[in-house]
Design a binder for this molecule. Sequence first.
Ligand SMILES: C[S@@+](CC[C@H](N)C(=O)[O-])C[C@H]1O[C@@H](n2cnc3c(N)ncnc32)[C@H](O)[C@@H]1O
Length: 260
Amino acid sequence: MMAYFDGLLEARRQGLVSEHVHLGLFDTDSGQTLASAQEAMSLHHLHHLAVTAGAFVVDVGCGFGGSLRLLDGRLDGLHLTGVNVDPRQIEVARGGVWRSAVDWQLCDAAAFSDGRAEWADRILSLEAMFHFPDLAGFFAASRRALRPGGRMVASTILFGAGAEAASVAVICAGFGPWPHPAMSLTGLCDLARAAGLAVGLVEDLAHRCRPGFDWMCPPCPDKLTDNPVIELRRLFEAGTASYPLLVLELQDQAGGKTQK
Ligand SMILES: C[S@@+](CC[C@H](N)C(=O)[O-])C[C@H]1O[C@@H](n2cnc3c(N)ncnc32)[C@H](O)[C@@H]1O
């Protein structure tokens, strides 16, 4: 189980961290806290997801449920599903009051639509795919889950070809499981397309994540450290790690997008 969540779970229970577990999205103006940048990152994903009232929405790798909670507060009649492999996170996420119907699924990302087809309007996966062992299975499950006119927004962290291997090793050990450190953007998009999902938009948000490291760790010393946050910061600052957000839509058999 993801060891880096041990401390985060306790910090969340004490109210010391927000209900978003990701790097945050910063504007050029200063004055943003990490918590407000994290909300901005979730809202940015939700903007691309374009959810409407009454929709069936799935968040795969839902963490403490922060993005689902934002939707819950904004739209009526939603049917929400939070997917996670970690029962401790689901226990935290389900706490408090939810206005919408929420289904919590304890399973791998590739299994969230087993036995079901065409039941979801929108699928979100925010900064979680780097953990998934079976990415092809995850895209296939998403393709199966989506109704005609459905849409998916998924983001992750990728290492570039020039990323320092020793830093990558520290990051993968500290933030593991990270089963596919050599995955490229092309490889990721190919897997999505092979599952029948059209890649509508790709946005690299890495430069807007960088200010968040000031909240999370000291500046990078010249020498390699054993701290995964510092080594991730090193790669973001060197431009050898990216943070792609993908907007994916159903592809019909002719290769075009399905009609709404
Ligand atoms: C960096 S956190 C992001 C959490 C959440 N999306 C957010 O924005 O706050 C990565 C999440 O992916 C989940 N995860 C890891 N491996 C998974 C898997 N195989 N299937 C589903 N979720 C997984 C983790 O438990 C964690 O909740």
